[in-house]
Design a protein around this ligand. Structure first.
Ligand code: DX5
Ligand code: ZN
Length: 225
């Protein structure tokens, strides 16, 4: 496996100073941007205008996590604007393949996300249309929640398919990742770790990113042997 990727979530950052908050995590692999519409999840955050401003303010590739209804209508615009990875929820659409194709046609990487109680089996066949699988390890909507270890079975299932060459996909996890939980996720074969409160709640966010990456790297070292 390649070196673990860390994606700080700006949900835990100061929204009035997003450019500086992006600078505070220089060296991160992706910057995770949680888009919530107060319909798919019971919370409201930000949308395309803020993402466009962030794209001008940072060189870190943006990982947009759309927790919204009707992703087919909105997701391609994020890719068109220049977001590196655009992830939407399997539960939010009847036609995930069409949405993935539109994201890719707009120049983005396409990600599929599943909530903690959504099984992965029904989606295994279509994962070849995606670049990223985002396994939610909390109920989407809020930062600072506790990690749900039961979801790691989904990461293990998809890791096996990646390792056997059946899929080419980044396995990403989101929710409750911190110094106490990152190792078990790494051992399950996760490639990319989203961390909000563990990074932006730290005195030195860039050091927190480096620490999580090292911890994940040590925990997953045996996986590549
Ligand atoms: C939750 C969001 C997460 C959130 C994670 O719906 O998708 O990205 O920011 O925050 P922590 O790391 O604090 O659980
Ligand atoms: Zn997220």
């Amino acid at each position: 496996m390649a070196a673990p990727m860390i994606a700080p979530s700006i949900l835990s950052a100061d929204f009035a100073r997003l450019g500086e908050e992006a600078d505070a995590v220089t060296g991160s692999d992706w910057l995770h941007v949680d888009v919530m519409d107060a319909h798919f999840v019971p919370n409201l955050t930000l949308g395309l205008p803020v993402v466009k401003s962030l794209l001008k303010a940072t060189d870190i590739p943006l990982d947009c996590h759309l927790m919204i209804d009707d992703p087919g209508r909105w997701a391609p615009s994020y890719a068109e604007a220049g977001a590196y990875n655009v992830t939407f929820h399997a539960e939010a659409t009847d036609d995930p393949i069409a949405v993935a194709k539109d994201i890719r046609a707009a120049g983005g990487k396409a990600g599929l996300s599943v909530k903690p109680n959504t099984p992965i089996e029904p989606y295994l066949e279509i994962l070849k249309e995606f670049d990223t699988l985002l396994v939610m390890s909390v109920e989407p909507g809020f930062g600072g929640q506790s990690f749900i270890p039961d979801v790691l079975g989904k990461a293990r299932t998809v890791r096996k398919l990646v390792d056997s060459g059946e899929l080419t996909l980044v396995v990403e996890i989101d929710g409750g990742i911190n110094v106490d939980t990152v190792e078990q996720a790494a051992e399950a074969g996760v490639d990319c770790f989203v961390a909000g409160s563990a990074v932006y709640g730290a005195a030195d966010p860039a050091a927190a990113v480096r620490g999580l990456r090292e911890q994940a790297g040590r925990a997953s070292a045996h996986l590549s042997l």
